[in-house]
Ligand binder design. Sequence first.
Ligand code: S3P
Ligand code: PEP
Length: 434
Amino acid sequence: MHEHAQPLTVAPVQKLQGELAVPGDKSISHRSIMLGSLAQGITRISNFLRGEDNFSTMKAFRSMGVPIEDDGQTVTVHGVGLHGLKEPGDLLDCGNSGTTIRLMTGLLSGQSFFSVLTGDQYLRKRPMKRVVEPLARMGAQIAGRGGGTLAPLAITGASLSGIDYKSPIASAQVKSALMLAGLYAAGETKVTEPSLSRDHSERMFRFFGADLDAFSNGVAVRGGRELKGQEIVVPGDISSAAFFLVAALIVPGSELLIRNVGVNPTRTGVIDILKAMGGDITLQDQREVSGEPVADLLVRSSRLKGIEIGGDLVPRAIDEFPAICVAAAVAEGTTTIKDAKELRVKETDRIAAMASNLRTVGAGQIDETDDGMIIQGVESLSGGTVTSCGDHRIAMSLSVAALVCKNEVQIDDVSCVATSFPGFYELLAKVAVR
Ligand SMILES: O=C(O)C1=C[C@@H](OP(=O)(O)O)[C@@H](O)[C@H](O)C1
Ligand SMILES: C=C(OP(=O)(O)O)C(=O)O
């Protein structure tokens, strides 16, 4: 929980109607600051996500001597070149952001200085061995709590050599950490994944002129080539749009047009899943912006049915499972989620958090498994007092569930929503008919 907990009561709605645009993509916003900082020349970023996680990344680069301005419209990064970062004078605090700490661990491994990465109480519990271990094989010198598996992580810059890494998990954070280290490594750094995770790093590396090959299940980066500053327009975050997709599907009589959403195929698992459940979602005006596919999403309320979700779909929808659980809770029949063990090591254990909170608001039978859960849908939910567990996606998912509860839902702390979706409740109020 944040220092100042912000409890909130969410009441049911009649329906959702209208148009909205969700804020910029979190993953792409992080990467635009990182590559912009390492590039030569200026990078201008519009629709940058002004969420706490991205501010953590911004602050870290500022404290390594990168001038970054934000006039409220455009973020301007004055790149210092591949070898222009300066030793930070203090700890780099990554706050709640797994993406910041894991990508920075890779990036900092190949610098010529010492740095220490830490984060909040949740981040300091999340597994770091997944990046520390392959980076150590490249020659990185990283020490940390728990035998180097937990933050804070202390990194002594070292000279790195490329490796051919077969990652046991489909994780864009692991892949991207090695890609960033690869920019500084001798030879080629290759990462193969069990199934392709989000490929924003691959796309942005190419956009900035890095030397890389992307293939169906991974990427190879060759270091040394300077990057060039770019103009980046960040698409809306499909992970944020997901809350409105689920909300409009489950509240009868709703219709929403969500404009300007990133629909990179490595991220559209949530659309595939909701459509397979019977959801009426249409992609309109598909286009490409800064090397990323974008569309407007039209969603109409639908009678959903339970399905089985597993395999390659899971990494393509990893952050949307809390919202998908809400859809499953009011769908007809059984939804089975498997191959999703990664959900247990996010900001909180998202399997346990959703199972227990949904039970509290009157969901049907929910059984947790090691790598997922089995949810029996019910006609309607009742309401009650739930906990966000300090996790932004849990807070927003429970807020969506509240829209179809018979009674109000009290959430203990929604301050965490600012991590990825500042303005979420204002947008919800804008399209809610009460
Ligand atoms: O690379 C990224 O920007 C992200 C990768 C995913 O994490 P993993 O790499 O741990 O799957 C995702 O859950 C996270 O929100 C953002
Ligand atoms: C898991 C998430 O982010 P991170 O790993 O960057 O903390 C998320 O945003 O749902």
